[in-house]
Every structure is written in C-alpha cells, then in structure tokens.
Design a protein around this ligand. Structure first.
Ligand code: ADP
Length: 490
C-alpha cells in the first residue's frame, strides 16, 4: 500500500481550514504524533460536541469507548495508520456528552515537507442512521423469515426460471421434500407433477408476465402423489431485488377439510329445509281452513288465533326458503323466472301486507310507476327482507320509508329503504352480504336473525344485473338501496 504523504498545517493554511470547515458532514481533525488534537473542523465540532478551543491539545483517545480503550484500540489505530499508510474502522465513538454514535473513519499519517512523521489526520462520519437502517432491515428480514417458517400453510418463493429459491417447512411436509433436496429444484419436479397442472402453469405465467396478483384461486384436483385435495392459491411478484432478479411468492392453503365440512353443512341445510317445507305447508293449509270456518261461525278469537298460526307459518316458510336458497346458491342454481311488472305496485303490495302485522309508519315515496323485466317472486323476497330488517332493527312506531327513483341515463330504477334504527358499524359493513353474517349492533341487542336474507338478496339482485348497497352509521339508522335495469320501452 502506498503511504499517504500529507503536509502538516502551517500558518498560511487558511485555505485548507476553510475547505475543511465547508465539509461539515465529516469530522476532520489532526493530531500530533502522540494523538493530541491540533486542528479541528466545524464538522468535528458538530459530531463530537467539543468546540475548537476546548479540544485543542486534548488526547484523541477521549473519543473512544471505555471498552475500546481497555483493548488499546486508539493506540493500535495510530500504529496501523503509521505502518500501512491508513487505518480504516467502523465502531462506536463517544461525544462530549458521553453519548455514543456509530462512525466510519479513516486515519492517515501526517508528514512534514521532509517526509518526517509529525502526526495524524482523522476523518470520521456519523453512520448512526445507516446502522439503524441496517439493524431495522435485519430485524424485518428475521421477522419475515420467522413468519414464513412458522406459517402452517406451505409458502414457496420461486425464481423466474421456476427453480425454488426458498420454501418453508409446511411446503416440505406437503410434498415430502428434504430441505437439502429442494435447493434449486425446478418446481415441475416437485410433488410428482403437482405443478405440471395446466391451470397452475397458466397462473404462474400470468404472475410472471404481467405482474398480475393471484388472490384465492381455488383448485381441486386428484393428484397421484397426494390424492384429491382442494387448495386456495395466492401468488404475487416480490419486489425486484438489487440484482434485478424477479421472485414469485406462492402460498398454498389446504382447504380440503373445510370444503368437505361446508359441503356437509350445505347438504344438511338442503335436506332439512326440504323436509320442513312439507309439514309447514300442511300447517298453513289447516290454519287457513280454521280461519275460514271461524269467520263463518263469527268466532273472532278463533279467527285471530288461526290468523297468528298462519302468519308464523309464513315466517317459518320464508326462513326455510332462505335456507334452501343459500344451499342452491352454493351450487350456483338459483333460478330466475322473469316477467314484466311494475315494481312500484309490488312495493305498495309489500307495504300493505306489512302494515297488517307491524306498527311502523311505513311510507312510499318517489316515482309512481317503474316497469322492470325481473323475477317478481325473487324481487318481492328482496323487498320484504329489506322492509322486515328496517322494522326489526329500528324502534317500533318509527318511520320506514321506501323511495323509488329513476335514472334515465343508466336506464335503471333504484329503490331505497330508510330506517332510523340501530345502524351498522362502518367497519363491519363490508361483511354484510356474507352468508350467516350478523352485525354486532344486532347480536349485542339479542335481536333474532340468521344472517341469510341479505346474502340471498345480493345473489338475486346480481342475477338481475343490478346492484345492492347501503349507507349506515351505528345508532343513526340505515338506508339500503338496490337498483335494477328498467324494462325496454319504460
Ligand atoms: P338477519 O336479519 O336474519 O340476521 P340479514 O341477512 O337480513 O339477516 O341481515 C344480516 C345482518 O345485517 C343482520 O343480522 C343485521 O346485523 C344487519 N342488518 C340488516 N339490515 C339492517 C338494518 N336495517 N339495520 C341494522 N342492521 C341491519
């Protein structure tokens, strides 16, 4: 290594002094042969906290930590610099207020014009932020590693050429791989053809070529290696690494058991609701006969009681219908039979029927006619669900308003049902149309319900190419809307 041959500062060194002070990102100072400070720039003052007058003549060893002083790191550094022309270091240093910081530094020997060693120059830079960033990066890396390796779901990271970059233990267990065996293995060689499935190939191509994110892709297949299984697959590109290598993150969730339980539940719901329907229909028929006979015999008490039985049988029937609908929905079999009708007329009918059994102030507003081509029974199911909910989740006697508006540009009709009831917390609203889902505002008040009406309503409206949505706030009431295309020529 060539030795540095810097010149000692002299009285005419104002120029150098100015130069050194201008680089205040760096602490630059010189010492004599024994390490006693003899020049000091503004960067050194900022970094180490001593003013020039305070530090002059002091031993530069005071910038070292006690631990380093014990090991004579300060002296060794000067020796190395003198011997090798420079000494490079990265270590903690100490400020005037005894706080420590991480610094990178370089020490050079200083020679006079005759080449005689007269001292040292030290250049020091605060690397606290870099060190902190490195530490944080390391922490995040370890954190991510811990999540991946502890995940019960198989996780895999692939290179662009489809060789395995890394995988977790759950992945190894699923495909009975040994960690050492899978290193740089091509994915098509894993799980006796698991990844050779065309659907998976297409999926990977999509991610690789367009950066497309794959979310919850469901895959059911009978594999020779692992049997019939259902998986939920998520895949996305990982941010480019420094070397521009593109990685694909792939997670596989085994949902075989969950699917089979759901299937059992759907089968049960479907069978049970079919079985309940028949006796309920019979109860309804008898209640109607009773009601008629009671009316003929002018027995008001009996007529009223039979009427109640009839009403409750209707409720039971609508619940059973929802249950049947949801199991049909799971199979994608919800049948729609369309006919032309005026939806305002249907609304008026529903309101009149509801008035017979409910004390809310039910109001109809807006357009007086709106013709649609839709399934009248299904739309009345949606309307009744929204009206019943508005009554169920708001104080008795409070107003419930149905409003009909028409958007001629979009050629659609929008129906809204407004109540001033318990509302739904904002955070829970995205879940509202999920099967069996109920809001905390309803469950905390023990209001009975099964969380199927809105799920079925959404499916019905979607099948009509319409939309269903809501505006609601906890304790401030709700407005449920649904829109439908108007019939041509309306
Ligand atoms: P159910 O009323 O039988 O529980 P729904 O599917 O009709 O089933 O409604 C799902 C949930 O949405 C309800 O349980 C309730 O928490 C909430 N909800 C629906 N309509 C309203 C409303 N008008 N006001 C407040 N909450 C409502």
């Amino acid at each position: 290594m060539t030795k540095s041959t810097q010149q000692a500062p002299d009285a005419s060194a104002d120029y150098y002094k100015q130069l050194l002070n201008s680089i205040d990102d760096y602490a630059v100072f010189t010492t004599d042969k024994h390490g006693l400070v003899n020049t000091w720039n503004s960067g050194a003052e900022q970094l180490l906290g001593y003013s020039s007058s305070e530090i002059m003549g002091k031993d530069s060893a005071i910038f070292f930590t006690d631990a380093d002083l014990k090991k004579s790191v300060d002296k060794k550094e000067l020796q190395i610099a003198k011997k090798s022309g420079s000494a490079v270091d990265e270590r903690y240093h100490v400020r005037k207020d005894r706080s420590v910081f991480w610094a990178s530094g370089k020490t050079f020997p200083l020679m006079d014009t005759d080449g005689k060693h007269i001292g040292f120059t030290k250049v020091m830079r605060n690397m606290d932020e870099r060190k902190l960033a490195d530490e944080q990066l390391n922490y995040v890396r370890n954190y991510a590693d811990a999540i991946v390796s502890n995940s019960r779901h198989p996780i895999l990271v692939l290179r662009d050429d489809l060789t395995i970059y890394t995988a977790n233990q759950a992945f190894d267990e699923l495909f009975r791989l040994r960690r050492t065996d899978r290193k740089s293995l091509n994915i098509t060689q894993v799980g006796r053809g698991f990844f050779k499935l065309p659907e998976l190939g297409e999926l990977l191509d999509k991610v690789r070529q367009s950066g497309h994110k794959i979310e919850d892709f469901e895959l059911t297949h009978e594999w020779p290696s692992i049997g019939k299984k259902s998986f939920l697959i998520n895949a996305s590109l990982l941010p480019h690494r420094a070397n521009n290598e593109q990685l694909i993150l792939f997670s596989i969730e085994d949902i075989t058991e969950r699917k089979s339980l759901e299937q059992q539940k759907d089968d049960f719901i479907s069978i049970a609701s079919h079985e309940i329907r028949t006796p309920v229909t019979v109860i309804k028929a008898y209640a109607q006969i009773l009601q008629k006979r009671a009316a003929d015999a002018s027995d008001q008490y009996l007529a009223g009681t039979a009427g109640k039985v009839n009403e409750k049988a209707d409720k039971l029937m609508s619940m059973v219908t929802y249950l049947l609908d949801t199991s049909q929905l799971e199979l994608g079999e919800l049948l729609i039979r369309k006919s032309h009708f005026d939806i305002v007329e249907l609304i008026n009918e529903s309101i009149s029927e509801l008035r017979l059994i409910d004390n809310h102030t039910l109001l109809a507003k807006g357009k007086k006619c709106a013709n649609v081509l839709a399934d009248r029974f299904r739309i009345s199911q949606v309307l009744n669900n929204l009206l019943n909910n508005a009554c169920k989740y708001s104080p008795p006697d409070s107003p419930v308003t149905v409003n009909v508006t028409i958007n001629t540009n979009k050629n659609q009709v929008t129906i809204s049902v407004t109540d001033s009831g318990i509302g739904i917390p904002k955070a829970e609203q995205p879940n509202l149309f999920k099967r069996f889902w109920r809001a905390s505002s309803a469950t905390s008040r023990n209001i009975a319900g099964i969380g199927l009406g809105l799920h079925v309503s959404k499916a019905v409206i979607s099948q009509h190419r319409g939309n269903i949505w809501l505006k609601s706030e906890k304790d401030k009431g709700s407005v449920f809307y649904f829109s439908l295309p108007l019939a041509h020529g309306s």
